[in-house]
Design a protein around this ligand. Structure first.
Ligand code: NAP
Length: 340
């Protein structure tokens, strides 16, 4: 009889996938993680996991590659974390976003249905499925889906498939409607990591900062970080805590969808202030809004009411925006200090 629980994480190189692997290893799971076929072998988020997890190549656009991993490892739990995860890129890549972020999860659900039907599945839904909802301050599980960008719409399709697979096939599938969550492992495509890396570059006087998503230096010659809409707001939590909620969902007797957030809202300006204050600098001297980085549509201001997760899973956030920005700035200072 199988003793050790087996977990499969698609997209183990991600921020969430790597923290989830840390958590599951600590809990004694055998962890299988999928990586994409790539000519690059640089995967900073999972360097520390070498030898501790089994890596398999699979792509969410390739049904056969997913089938093979499921057939081979017969996981007890499947965490579908992989996605084209960058909302800002979804306007330039609408077809690819649909293929990976909308249809990719269905490929995973189908592989489980056919080859390992007892496995429990976690699907990484996003608060972006509620992107255009107006007049609701605190989103909960009953807030209507109203996505307003290609990424959110792809996630909305996948999320509706979660309940479809529950109802149609009686499968154990949960959708985690996660609000933004950040950490030192966050990709540089996202604003909090751009801020923390920019702050570290400015503080350390880094001459050759990383480039941003439009191929320009993250920090310009005048020591300014270029960002999009500084008044846009987000509910930001700590990724390390959010992966615990994913695991808890799959331990609950009944499969359900849960909102995971901090029930707070801050603007990009607030996050800049927290990060620059952390190193004794004035954010207004170092941040500009660049029209080239504005999204064609913004999501509306909303906070994630996690009451149901607290009541049924015993989950609640512990780290909030200000402390989180401090953690990220410290980590980037540490990472970059040898390059100054
Ligand atoms: P992330 O760091 O951006 O990583 C995305 C992952 O997906 C990477 O491992 C990437 O592999 C993989 N991937 C991309 N395309 C793929 C494909 N075609 N086939 C297989 N793998 C592919 O993600 P994250 O921020 O940790 O987020 C994790 C999940 O939660 C994502 O589904 C995201 O959309 C969702 N989510 C995130 C947030 C948030 O605030 N972080 C909020 C709500 C929902 P490579 O390393 O090869 O690129």
């Amino acid at each position: 009889m199988k003793q050790t629980k087996v977990a499969l994480i698609t997209g183990i190189t991600s921020q969430d996938g790597s923290y989830l692997a840390d958590l599951l290893l600590k809990k004694g799971y055998k962890v299988i993680g999928t990586i994409r076929r790539s000519t690059s072998t640089v995967r900073p988020n999972i360097e520390h996991l070498k030898g501790k997890v089994i890596l398999e190549a699979a792509d969410l656009t390739d049904q056969e590659s997913i089938n093979q991993v499921i057939i081979k490892h017969q996981p007890d739990e499947v965490y579908n974390i992989a996605a084209q995860s960058v909302p800002a890129d979804s306007w330039t890549h609408p077809f690819y976003t649909g293929e990976v972020t909308a249809l990719g999860p269905v490929r995973v659900f189908e592989a489980v249905r056919h080859f390992c039907p007892k496995a429990r599945i976690y699907q990484a839904t996003s608060r972006e499925i509620l992107g255009g909802v107006k007049g609701i301050e605190h989103a909960n599980e009953s807030t209507p889906i109203f996505a307003n960008n290609p990424y959110g719409i792809a996630k909305a399709y996948a999320h509706m498939m979660v309940s479809c697979y529950r109802q149609s096939y009686g499968m154990f599938v949960c959708g985690g409607i996660l609000f933004n969550h950040e950490s030192p492992r966050r990709s540089l495509h996202f604003v909090t990591r751009k801020i923390s890396t920019g702050v570290a570059c400015i503080k350390l006087g880094i001459k050759n900062p990383p480039i941003n998503e439009i191929g320009e230096p993250l920090v310009d010659k005048n020591n300014k970080i270029h960002l999009g809409d500084l008044n846009a707001t987000r509910d930001w939590g700590y990724a390390k805590e959010y992966v615990e909620a994913m695991w808890l969902m799959l331990q609950h007797p009944t499969p359900k969808d849960y909102i995971i957030g901090t029930n707070t809202s801050y603007s990009i300006k607030d996050a800049c202030k927290a990060a620059f204050d952390h190193v004794g600098l004035n954010w207004e001297d170092h941040v500009i809004s660049d029209s080239k980085l504005l999204r064609p549509t913004e999501i509306t201001d909303m906070m994630g009411d996690y009451s149901l997760a607290k009541k049924e899973l015993g989950w609640e956030p512990k780290t909030f925006m200000k402390e989180l920005m401090g953690i990220m700035v410290d980590a980037d200072l540490d990472l970059l200090k040898n390059q100054s």
